[in-house]
Design a protein around this ligand. Structure first.
Ligand SMILES: [Zn+2]
Length: 147
């Protein structure tokens, strides 16, 4: 489910807030200009607006980090020290929480692995975009495709 990017409640649509398209809930939608998706967001495969700093991880990044760290015989603390981050950050990452971009990049460098994915397909298929209301344009397109 998509959450309101302003307050975290369930989003009902998208709105332009300060020139950025964000998902908003009913309350927050009054803060921005609601965009109708068929206008520009609906180009095939380009419909997701990617925040500038949003990155995607390879699906098994947690075990990639863990395996690489262990093969270098680094303790979690030692690795954290190498990337100049708090020692528990490695613990979190190996349990599956996504590191920030700069942390991920440092990890990639030191561990010589790839954990940042350049594609977002994985994420899209996980989310399936269930809360996007269909526009009339969509319904027409879907019908055409089915024939
Ligand atoms: Zn909200």
């Amino acid at each position: 489910m998509m959450d309101c990017e302003l307050c975290g409640k369930k989003a009902v649509g998208k709105a332009v807030v300060e020139n950025t398209v964000v998902s908003v809930c009913e309350n927050c939608s009054s803060m921005g200009k609601i965009v109708h998706e068929e206008r520009k967001v609906r180009m095939p495969d380009k419909k997701r607006i990617q925040a500038p700093d949003e990155i995607y991880f390879v699906p098994n990044f947690a075990s990639v980090v863990k395996n690489a760290r262990e093969s270098l015989s680094l303790s979690r603390e030692a690795l954290a020290e190498r990337i100049k981050e708090k020692s528990n950050i490695i613990d979190h990452i190996e349990k599956g929480s996504r590191p920030e971009k700069h942390v991920a990049q440092k990890l990639e460098k030191i561990l010589k692995v790839r954990i940042i994915s350049s594609i977002e397909s994985e994420r899209i298929s996980n989310e399936k975009r269930p809360s996007d209301p269909l526009t009339l344009g969509d319904i027409v397109t879907i019908r055409k495709r089915k024939k």
